[in-house]
Design a protein around this ligand. Structure first.
Ligand code: P6P
Length: 337
């Protein structure tokens, strides 16, 4: 029987990698773990309890809030505020960032950005959804209230990032800049167990994930890439397979394991792209790069080098297998309009 290593044990064992680690990041992950278990429980019985369906309000994106969105946001916010290691939070479900000023929080050094339940439109049809998180060190002085500047840091300053995918099993996948590791939740034991150590994104893949319903509005380079994916060519294993779940975490997770590319370009409805830079693109980009992949907003535009100007700003997003992302960049370079 293989020795089970829980997420908690893994973090403690790896703490030695961080000289001067004071255990605050470990405590932060403990809060994420707790909230993930609670959200897992609610999602798994959503069909039974009247908390699916719209909450009757719109979030800052103008998207109808699903009740589980609101529930998940509250659970992660409460759990993160309770440990005294986070001084502020920004969330897709919150118009402004939230200051944590109780007790030790004001002196805490970490801030968290989160999409508490990404892909929530899939909840009512029982398709997997996810939580995405991104962790930075504050830049404003400890002991003072966080400022917007703390949240508007480029992705290359992330301390850690990851996601929880609530699928056929619930998994947490994260990086602290030393590779990517995946943990599968065992609800009978109530623990996340190491199941995917040192995850590597295959350099090539045969899966492309994009909402082709927006095809007519895509930039020419993207249209050319889609047609490239569909052409018969045995030498490059084309035509590729189109797989699009409509849930970034799920599409990303499959491509991380099997190889592939996820694309959300600009379109008429989303002239700057749909995905949010701070709590969707940056954390997924950190994971992709740490697993040997690539993440860009366009040709030679590394996602993690973008200097944010707004909390909820959007960006075009191309992420996944390195060679596939570079092929898209080549088409965008050749057809810049
Ligand atoms: P569309 C979910 O709302 C999300 O942010 C991602 O999880 C997903 O990949 C994308 O939007 C789906 O968007 O326009 O294809 O429905």
């Amino acid at each position: 029987m293989r020795l089970i290593q829980t997420l908690g044990e893994f973090i403690i064992n790896r703490q030695a990698e961080y000289p001067g680690a004071t255990g605050e990041l470990s405590a932060l992950f403990s809060a994420l773990r707790l909230a993930a278990k609670v959200v897992h429980r609610e999602i798994n019985k959503a069909g039974l309890v009247d908390i699916t369906g719209a909450a009757g309000e719109d979030n800052v994106q103008g998207e109808e809030q699903q009740k589980l969105d609101v529930y998940a946001n509250e659970k992660f916010k409460t759990a993160l505020a309770a440990r005294g290691v986070v001084c502020g939070l920004a969330s897709e479900e919150e118009e402004n960032f939230v200051r944590f000023e109780e007790g030790l929080n004001l002196k805490a050094k970490y801030i968290v950005l989160i999409d508490p339940l990404d892909g929530s439109s899939n909840i009512d049809v029982n398709v997997s959804v996810g939580t995405i998180f991104s962790i930075y060190k504050r830049i404003s002085p400890a002991g003072t209230p966080v400022t917007e500047e703390d949240f508007l840091q480029p992705g290359n300053k992330q301390v850690a990032a990851g996601y929880i995918v609530y699928g056929s099993s619930t998994m947490m996948v994260y990086t602290t800049g030393n590779g990517v590791n995946g943990f599968t939740y065992d609800p009978t034991l109530g623990v996340f167990c190491l199941s995917h150590e040192s995850m590597q994104l295959p350099e090539d893949g045969i899966i492309y994930s994009i909402n082709e319903g927006n095809y007519v509005h895509f930039p020419t380079g993207v249209k050319k890439y889609i047609k490239y994916c569909q052409v018969e060519d045995d030498a490059t294993r084309r035509p590729y397979t189109s797989r699009y779940i409509g849930s970034l975490v799920s599409d990303f997770h499959r491509n991380l394991i099997k190889g592939g590319i996820y694309l959300y370009p600009t379109s008429s409805r989303y002239p700057n792209g749909k995905l949010r830079l701070l709590y969707e693109c940056n954390p997924m980009a950190f994971l992709a790069e740490q697993a040997g992949g690539k993440a860009v907003a366009g040709d030679n535009k590394r996602i993690m080098d973008i200097n944010p100007t707004e909390l909820h700003q959007r960006a075009p997003f191309f992420v996944g297998s390195k060679n596939m992302v570079e092929k898209v960049e080549a088409f965008l370079r050749e057809f810049p309009k």
